[in-house]
Design a protein around this ligand. Structure first.
Ligand code: HEC
Ligand code: HEC
Ligand code: HEC
Length: 459
């Protein structure tokens, strides 16, 4: 899983001098944000649940490796950062760690050898977790996770990024405010949703923009830029907040279904979001999924409709194609006419795509995603969209929606020029508005994705 690691650019900007000054100040760990009795024990299952909510397994498990034994390479422009072994193995994992050491990693970004952790580990968000959740997680790792002896390759970035102490200065800039969750003015359900989204769920790591120092710009609801959209590699992580955010037009019920199953009547989750659904969100309870959905809908004080207790209860639906709406009418009429002098892009759409995504561009709910208003189609960077056309894509199977959906790629069938015409047509059909795609853009994506064979994206 490639992550948000141009963050490291920050170090250059900061300069080593400032870093040195701070580096010699002794480290003061943030104390627990809640007092628990020494013999406090989490109810059974809670620690594992917190691990799912925080998606620890995704980053801390290597491809084909043992669960949580680390060694997953996270690519950054400056080199690969290897995730740590967080199984309770005493030599190579965190089996000897105290709770205080664990808290320092989660809250202050300080690792087992007192080293500053790279913010590839999302402690910018985990620091809002409650002490009871951290403790449940710590106990779970120490007593329920299988210890695995696995010496993870050391991360060695190029100078000056190998100077981990520089991150002291970075943290000083990036970690604003107290390491404590601040509940919004709302009811219990909204507050629970806010807690999960801001804390363990680390949604801001992808969905908030970045500051000049590559820190998350907006880690809490009270920050103006919180969840207003970010980039992960070259993928757009769409805005979840504000009037242009597509999810604000979905019902809370539809948002919950998307999180739980990676699909709803409007969209499917691809790329990094498919992984979030597969490894984390699908394990959340209906109550927590609803809480997150209701929170997301009410972030700016909008009223939210009540949600049914059961998430995605309707089962895989096969609904008839929806007719084109006002904005989509002209494009649907053009496609239906199938006239010989239709633009090349429209012709290619009719021949290759309309069977599933329909002339209305609306697809079929929960099966074939809508291309009208689609965040990936309209992405600032068209590469992920072009990659889907060339290489296909798939939606993971989840317990609530076991059916695995896949779309084939068209790399063998369409030339670069054809893909460019087709993509430009879709980016401007049915009321969509986005820049055109050129044949040379397509050629670059073709070379890049075929070299990488995109195994991670296809899942
Ligand atoms: C987005 C990827 C990502 C996620 C999600 C993630 N981690 Fe990490 N974590 C990392 C990376 C990368 C490192 C190593 C950073 C470094 O070497 O500076 C790390 C380091 C750590 C360390 C320090 C280990 C040591 O030996 O110093 C601990 C503890 C840890 N993670 C626990 C967790 C837990 C618990 C979760 C889930 C709540 C979690 N991580 C989720 C990427 C992640
Ligand atoms: C590792 C990065 C990452 C994390 C973490 C992440 N997302 Fe996403 N999210 C994405 C990307 C990328 C997309 C776009 C997916 C696509 O184009 O198919 C997305 C799409 C979405 C969408 C659909 C938006 C639309 O307009 O189609 C919702 C809703 C969403 N995410 C909610 C969340 C929530 C809630 C969390 C936290 C629990 C979260 N995401 C965590 C990367 C991430
Ligand atoms: C046989 C049916 C079928 C055909 C034909 C088809 N698709 Fe798809 N398409 C799907 C399915 C199923 C998905 C959902 C899989 C996914 O997104 O992971 C999908 C997903 C997509 C997505 C991702 C949408 C999102 O929200 O992430 C895009 C973009 C797309 N198709 C465009 C096209 C284009 C362009 C063509 C023609 C070249 C085409 N499709 C042809 C079935 C089809």
């Amino acid at each position: 899983m490639k992550k948000i690691l141009s963050i490291l650019i920050a170090l250059i900007v900061l300069g080593i001098v400032a870093a040195l000054a701070l580096a010699y100040a002794p480290f003061k760990p943030t104390p627990a944000n809640e007092t628990l009795a020494a013999d406090w024990k989490a109810e059974p299952g809670r620690g594992e649940y917190v691990m799912r909510a925080g998606d620890c397994m995704a980053c801390h498990t290597a491809n084909g490796g043992e669960s949580m034994a680390g060694g997953r390479g996270i690519e950054s422009p400056l080199g690969t950062i290897w995730s740590s072994n967080i199984t309770p193995d005493k030599e190579t994992g965190i089996g000897n760690w105290t709770l205080d050491q664990f808290r320092a990693a989660m809250v202050d970004g300080v690792g087992g050898h007192g080293q500053q952790l790279y913010p590839a580990m999302p402690y910018e968000n985990y620091r809002f977790m409650t002490e009871s959740d951290l403790r449940a997680l710590y106990d779970y790792i120490q007593t329920e996770v299988k210890p695995v002896k696995n010496e993870v390759q050391a991360t060695s970035l190029t100078f000056p990024f190998n100077m981990r102490f520089g991150l002291r200065a970075w943290n000083w800039l990036a970690l604003s405010g107290e390491a404590k969750f601040k509940p919004m003015a709302g009811d219990e359900q909204q507050i629970r949703g806010q807690y999960l989204v801001e804390g363990a769920g680390h949604c801001a790591a992808c969905h908030s923009p970045r500051t000049t120092f590559m820190a998350q710009d907006g880690t809490r609801l009270s920050d103006a830029s919180f969840l207003t959209g970010g980039m992960v590699d070259e993928w757009t992580a769409p805005a979840l907040r504000g009037k242009d955010a597509r999810v604000q037009k979905w019902t809370a019920e539809e948002i919950a279904a998307y999180l739980a199953t990676g699909r709803n009547a409007h969209a499917v989750a691809n790329g990094e979001m498919a992984l979030v659904v597969e490894h984390s969100m699908q394990y959340m309870t209906d109550a927590d999924l609803n809480a997150m959905a209701v929170f997301l809908k009410s972030m700016d004080g909008q009223p939210v409709e009540a949600v049914p207790a059961k998430v995605a209860a309707a089962g895989p639906r096969s609904m008839p194609a929806l007719p084109a709406d006002e904005a989509g009418k002209a494009t649907a009429t053009l496609l239906t006419s199938a006239s010989p002098d239709m633009p090349v892009g429209a012709r290619l759409y009719l021949d290759n795509c309309a069977a599933c995504h329909f002339v209305s561009g609306k697809g079929a709910p929960e099966i074939f995603p809508e291309l009208q208003g689609n965040a990936m189609v309209l992405g600032k960077d068209a590469n992920p969209f072009v990659s889907v056309i060339l290489n296909g894509t798939s939606v993971p199977s989840t317990s609530r929606r076991p059916m695995h959906l896949a779309m084939q790629g068209y790399a063998d069938r369409l030339t670069d020029e054809e893909v460019a015409q087709l993509a430009s047509f879709i980016r401007n059909g049915w009321g969509n508005k986005a820049s055109n795609v050129s044949a040379s853009d397509v050629s670059k994506v073709r070379k890049h994705t075929q070299a990488a064979a995109a195994p991670e994206r296809a899942q």
